[in-house]
Design a protein around this ligand. Structure first.
Ligand SMILES: *[C@@H]1O[C@H](CO)[C@@H](O)[C@H](O)[C@H]1NC(C)=O
Ligand SMILES: *[C@@H]1O[C@H](CO)[C@@H](O)[C@H](O)[C@H]1NC(C)=O
Length: 231
């Protein structure tokens, strides 16, 4: 299975996620006059984080994906619990496994330095996810921006919509389908989210019981990806 094909699916998948965002009109030029320094503020932060630890690039893609699965791509995952709602960070698919928040915080600070109060965290997360993929050697794409940050998060939404590590293939497939994503998208996103260390010959890692992903034991996908992609 060619890593390049996976990269192409990733591209369409992240575009599909963007299309699924419910906030009005997104466009690539949304901040072109209000924050022209946006992209050059975010990228060095992501680059430096990945230079320190490659895995965090995959973690940021996973943050974006787990954010988008609950209420759309609205940065709800970044919110801590408040008196009025329980946030998403401790929901089963996230508790103890979501990481990379400090990189998004640092990118937000860098953006605030160049244009305070303009750019949403949801957009910064979307840009940082793209930058991570590019820095790790994947494809590039233009990030459509103009998202608004949510003021609420949903613990139950995270539990119900994001596939937990124990999901089997049927549930994985239906949870991705609920977001308008195909099995190919699922493989691309899951594989990217778990591409921690190089497997021999670019084989990728994936999520889910099917793939025996239990903590440390992540198996290379030599057999599983071709089976899924053939369906
Ligand atoms: C999150 O994980 C911690 C550590 O395993 C556990 O103590 C806590 O109860 C979990 N929180 C929820 C809401 O499940
Ligand atoms: C799918 O989800 C349902 C409802 O949460 C659960 O009862 C069932 O065991 C799950 N099946 C698989 C294959 O994960």
């Amino acid at each position: 299975m060619a890593a390049q094909s996976i990269a192409l699916w990733l591209l369409t998948t992240t575009m599909a996620l963007q299309a699924g965002t419910s906030w009005a009109q997104l466009s690539t030029g949304f901040y072109s006059s209000s924050c022209p320094g946006l992209y050059s503020a975010v990228k060095p932060v992501v680059q430096s984080a990945i230079d320190s630890e490659k895995r965090v690039g995959a973690s940021i893609v996973r943050l974006f994906f787990h954010d988008c699965f609950v209420q759309g791509c609205d940065a709800s995952l970044l919110l801590d619990d408040t008196a009025t709602f329980q946030g998403e960070k401790m929901a089963t698919p996230n508790n103890g496994s979501v990481r990379g928040f400090e990189v998004i915080d640092a990118a937000k600070s860098a953006v605030e330095n160049v244009c305070p109060g303009v750019v949403s965290c949801a957009d910064i997360l979307a840009i940082a996810a793209r930058d991570s993929v590019v820095i790790l050697g994947g494809p590039s794409w233009d990030v459509k921006v103009g998202r608004r940050d949510s003021t609420t998060a949903s613990f139950s939404g995270a539990n119900n919509n994001i596939p937990p590590p124990t999901s089997g293939l049927a549930n994985l497939t239906s949870l991705f389908a609920a977001q308008g994503l195909s099995q190919k998208d699922m493989v691309a996103l899951s594989a990217t989210a778990y591409k921690k260390h190089a497997c021999p010959a670019n084989f990728l890692y994936i999520h889910g019981t099917l793939f025996e992903d239990q903590g440390k034991e992540r198996h290379c996908l030599m057999t599983v990806i071709p089976i899924l992609l053939a369906t």
